[in-house]
Write a protein that binds this ligand. Structure first.
Ligand code: IPM
Ligand code: MG
Length: 342
C-alpha cells in the first residue's frame, strides 16, 4: 500500500513549489497524493480557511504536506473576517502538533550566500524546538474599538511535553529560551524545564537564556547552539532570524509532530505574494520539508537522505535561485535536484 499524503498547496507561491515537490517525491518512492484547497484559496471556495472535510482527510492521512498560506487579498484587520492563517493554526491544533522542529544547518555551498560572515556561520548545526499549540497564539483574545488583548497561557503539562522533545533531540545541550525576568508564563516554563531536566535528562547540559539575549547570540555566536527550546511566539521570531544563517528563508524546512495522528511538514517561509506567478520561487525549503516528511512522518530514512543530498549537490554545482543571489527559476531548480535522484 503506498503511503497516503494529503497535500495543501495553499496560496501565493504555494502551488508553484508544491508541484515540483511531488515530482521529487515521485522520484524516490510511490505515494498516493490527495490535494485539498487550504488557506485563502479555501476561504474563496468555501468561506473558511480549513473545512471540516479537509481536517478529517488530514487526520486520516499518513502525513500532511503543506506549502504556504496568506496574501494581501485576504489581509484585513477586521476581527470577524476569515484569515488564511486560521487554517494553519486550526490544522496544528486540530492534529495536536505541539512540537515544531526547525533544523538550521547552513550548507557549505551557501556559506557566502548568507548576509553574515562565513567565519561566523561555519559549522552551525542547531535545531529550534518551538511549542506550537499554546501560548499567546491560542489564548483568549478581546477587542473593542479602542483596546485589545491577547492572553499568553501555558500549563505545566504543555511545557513538559515540548521540553521532553527538546531534550531527546539535543546532542548535548538544550538552551531554553524565555523571558523569565518579566513574564509569569516564562517563570513556570523555567521551573518545569529545570525539574524535567534533573529528573530525566541530567546527562544533557541545560542553560536558560532570555529571549532578547538569544536573539543576539543567534547572530553573534550561532555555533554555540544545539537545541533551542522555546514557546510559540519566541520560536516563530527566532526561527526567521536563524533562517538567515542558511542564506535565505527559502532554505528552511519544518516538521510539526506530537499528535497520535500524522505530522505536518511545511517550509518556514510564507506564500511570498510579491513573487507569486513569476516562476522564480525557491522550491528548496519545500523539498527539504518533503525530506523531513519522509524521515519523521513516514520513517523512510534513506529516501529522506537521498532528497537532502540531491539538494546539497545541486547547490554545490552552482544552483542559485534569485533569493540566493542567482538567476535560476523554480523549474531549473527542480531539474537540478531531480538530476541527482535519477
Ligand atoms: C510560521 C508562520 C506562521 C506562524 C503564521 C503564518 C501564522 O509565520 O509558521 O512561522 O506564525 O506560526
Ligand atoms: Mg513564522
Amino acid at each position: 500500500m503506498p503511503h497516503r499524503i494529503v497535500t495543501l498547496p495553499g496560496d501565493g507561491i504555494g502551488p508553484e513549489i508544491m508541484a515540483p515537490a511531488l515530482q521529487v517525491l515521485g522520484a524516490v518512492g510511490d505515494f498516493e497524493f490527495e490535494e485539498h484547497t487550504f488557506g485563502g484559496a479555501s476561504i474563496d471556495a468555501h468561506g473558511v480557511a480549513l473545512t471540516d472535510e479537509t481536517l478529517a482527510s488530514c487526520r486520516g492521512a499518513d502525513a500532511v504536506l503543506l506549502a504556504a498560506v496568506g496574501g494581501p487579498r485576504w489581509d484585513t484587520t477586521d476581527p470577524h473576517a476569515p484569515r488564511p492563517e486560521q487554517g494553519l493554526l486550526g490544522l496544528r491544533k486540530g492534529l495536536e502538533l505541539f512540537a515544531n522542529l526547525r533544523p538550521v544547518k547552513p550548507l557549505p555551498a551557501l556559506y557566502d550566500a548568507s548576509p553574515l560572515r562565513r567565519e561566523l556561520i561555519e559549522g552551525t548545526d542547531l535545531l529550534v524546538v518551538r511549542e506550537l499549540t499554546g501560548g499567546i497564539y491560542f489564548g483568549e483574545k478581546t477587542r473593542t474599538a479602542t483596546s485589545a488583548s491577547d492572553v499568553c497561557a501555558y500549563t505545566a503539562e504543555e511545557v513538559e511535553r515540548i521540553a521532553r522533545v527538546a531534550f531527546r533531540s539535543a546532542r548535548s545541550r538544550v538552551s531554553s529560551v524565555d523571558k523569565a525576568n518579566v513574564l509569569e508564563t516564562s517563570r513556570l516554563w523555567r521551573e518545569v524545564v529545570t525539574d524535567l531536566h534533573s529528573r530525566e535528562f541530567p546527562h544533557i547540559l541545560l542553560e536558560h537564556v532570555l529571549v532578547d539575549n538569544a536573539a543576539m547570540q543567534l547572530v553573534s555566536a550561532p555555533r554555540h547552539f544545539d537545541a533551542i527550546l522555546t514557546e510559540n511566539m519566541f520560536g516563530d521570531i527566532l526561527s526567521d532570524e536563524a533562517a538567515m544563517l542558511t542564506g535565505s528563508i527559502g532554505m528552511l524546512p519544518s516538521a510539526s509532530l506530537g499528535g497520535d495522528g500524522p505530522g505536518l511538514f511545511e517550509p518556514v517561509h510564507g506564500s511570498a505574494p510579491d513573487i507569486a506567478g513569476q516562476g522564480i520561487a525557491n522550491p528548496l525549503a519545500m523539498f527539504l520539508s518533503a525530506a523531513l516528511m519522509l524521515r519523521h512522518g513516514l520513517r523512510l530514512e534513506s529516501e529522506a537522505a537521498a532528497v537532502e543530498s540531491a539538494v546539497q549537490r545541486a547547490l554545490e554545482e552552482g544552483l542559485r535561485t534569485p533569493d540566493l543571489g542567482g538567476g535560476a527559476g523554480t523549474d531549473e531548480a527542480t531539474r537540478a535536484v531531480l538530476a541527482h535522484l535519477e
